[in-house]
Design a protein around this ligand. Structure first.
Ligand code: PLP
Length: 451
């Protein structure tokens, strides 16, 4: 029997988001350093998607390695329901120091989906504890992706990812995001006034303004991925829409949940995407880059009024939620070290520089026939492919261009994972200008080769 990693994998492992019958063999990764991954068969690949959007400081970072080792020698894990520990407390203190002003409490879990699940359960019980249990509906956006647990899937847009589980999901009210390339009301960003929000003049279309106008009394919370909707199509928002979400939640007295699992910790060129519009959500969900991409950790932070709604002599008002690995000390210790790196170096400035390199590098893609749109925010450069530029028709997630492009990039030493017709570069922030130019060159060549 072959002892090669891919052969052993083929006999024993089931991979996520993977059709195991038709998949190409997985890449046998044996080592990571900086922006590069190294395979068992000697290839060096640039990690163009930050290992599912988590890595920011580069692989195998000496400072994070040291923090992890030191914590492992002290305390690897302990129950967090009736114990506490230094890494969890220090991390909460540090997070509250960098989060949008007004968030005052951190609740830990262990991944992005659970950070969202916690947020939704908190919002639900918040209203129950305040005697308004009729406020049960969540308002979410088309093209949203909030994770793979049942609540997070329910809030996610109807898609290939959620359809097989439709019978398990609960209904949410769905509104249009500001998808400017495919504007829901046919306007142009250069001249529009964010009419898709429906803030001032409720449109017949399902805008947030219109839906809240008619249903606000039954709504618990509005949940959004601020500034960048990720897995649903890498849709970049105008900051005005985000400001409008906050304004509408305030007007109707609703909770605003910001899912910053992808956008948090600098990915959009600000520490948090909410900073682009200077808004504080009532609840914020964090994960992925919180540990620099090292270890699973989820955190859901809330404002004082949300926290206070759970304080009571009546023990039924307790938030009955927790996971075995809540506030894992190893994860917290690495997350603290990651925040130290943010405090010591101008990492946000670096992401902004990366944004500039991507903007100028990706501009040339507009001349390719199969490119419909190019958009960039922070450390994310996105190319939306279409089969017809005039009608903007496109194949979606199952577009065969995706796997062909992935292979063409791999052949050139670049690891990408297009979302069907949405191709994007989201490298660790430590990528250099010349490495960025090189990666963009490979994307361009790969696109030309599959066109
Ligand atoms: C915005 C957003 N929320 C939640 C999640 C779920 O995170 P996880 O995969 O860690 O469960 C993701 C994952 O991509 C995400 O992008």
């Amino acid at each position: 029997m072959s002892s090669r990693l891919v052969d052993r994998d083929a006999r024993a492992v089931w991979h996520p988001y993977t059709q195991m019958l038709t998949r190409p063999a997985p890449l046998p990764i044996v080592r990571g350093e900086g922006v590069y991954l190294y395979t068992e068969d000697g290839r060096k690949l640039l990690d163009g998607t930050s290992s599912w959007w988590v890595n920011i400081h580069g692989h195998s970072h000496p400072r994070l390695n040291e923090a992890l080792g030191a914590q492992a020698r002290r305390l690897e894990h302990v129950v967090f329901a009736n114990c506490t520990h230094e890494p969890a407390v220090e991390l909460a203190e540090r997070l509250l120091g960098v989060l949008p002003h007004g968030l005052t409490r951190v609740f830990y879990s262990d991944n992005g989906s659970t950070a969202v699940e916690v947020a939704m359960k908190l919002a639900c019980q918040y209203w129950g504890n305040r005697g308004q249990g009729n406020r049960r509906t969540f308002v979410a956006l088309h093209h949203a992706y909030h994770g793979d647990t049942v609540g997070a899937m329910s809030a996610s847009g109807d898609s290939l990812f959620t359809r097989p589980f439709a019978s398990m999901l609960f209904g949410v009210a769905r509104v249009h995001p500001p998808y400017c390339y495919r504007c829901p009301i046919g306007l142009e960003r250069t001249t529009c006034h964010i009419e898709c929000l429906g803030d001032t003049a409720p449109a017949s279309l399902d805008t947030l303004g219109a839906v809240l106008e008619s249903h606000a009394g039954s709504v618990a919370a509005v949940i959004v991925e601020p500034m960048l909707q990720g897995a649903g199509g890498m849709i970049v928002w105008p900051a005005e829409y985000l400001a409008g979400v906050r304004r509408l939640c305030d007007r109707h007295g609703l909770l605003m949940i910001a899912d910053e699992v992808l956008t948090g910790f600098g990915r959009t060129g600000r520490m948090f995407a909410c900073n682009h519009a200077d808004v504080t959500p009532d609840i914020i969900c964090l994960s992925k880059a919180i540990t620099g991409g090292y270890l699973p950790l989820g955190a859901t932070a809330v404002t004082e009024p949300v926290y206070e709604a759970f304080l009571s002599e009546d023990r039924t008002r307790t938030f009955f939620h927790g996971h075995s690995f809540t506030a894992n000390p190893l994860s917290c210790a690495v997350a603290i070290e990651s925040l130290r790196l943010f405090a010591e170096t101008d990492i946000i400035g670096k992401v902004q520089a990366l944004e500039g390199w991507m903007r100028s590098g990706l501009e040339a893609f507009r001349s390719l026939d199969l490119v419909g749109d190019v958009r960039v925010i922070g450390g994310v450069g996105i190319v939306e492919l279409v089969s017809d530029r005039a009608t903007k028709s496109a194949g979606g997630y199952l577009d065969t261009l995706g796997p062909r492009l992935t292979q063409a990039c791999l052949d050139r030493g670049l690891l990408l994972r297009p979302l069907g017709n949405i191709v994007y570069l989201m490298p660790p922030y430590v990528i250099t200008e010349s490495e960025t130019a090189w990666a963009i060159e490979q994307m361009h060549a790969a696109l030309e080769s599959v066109a």
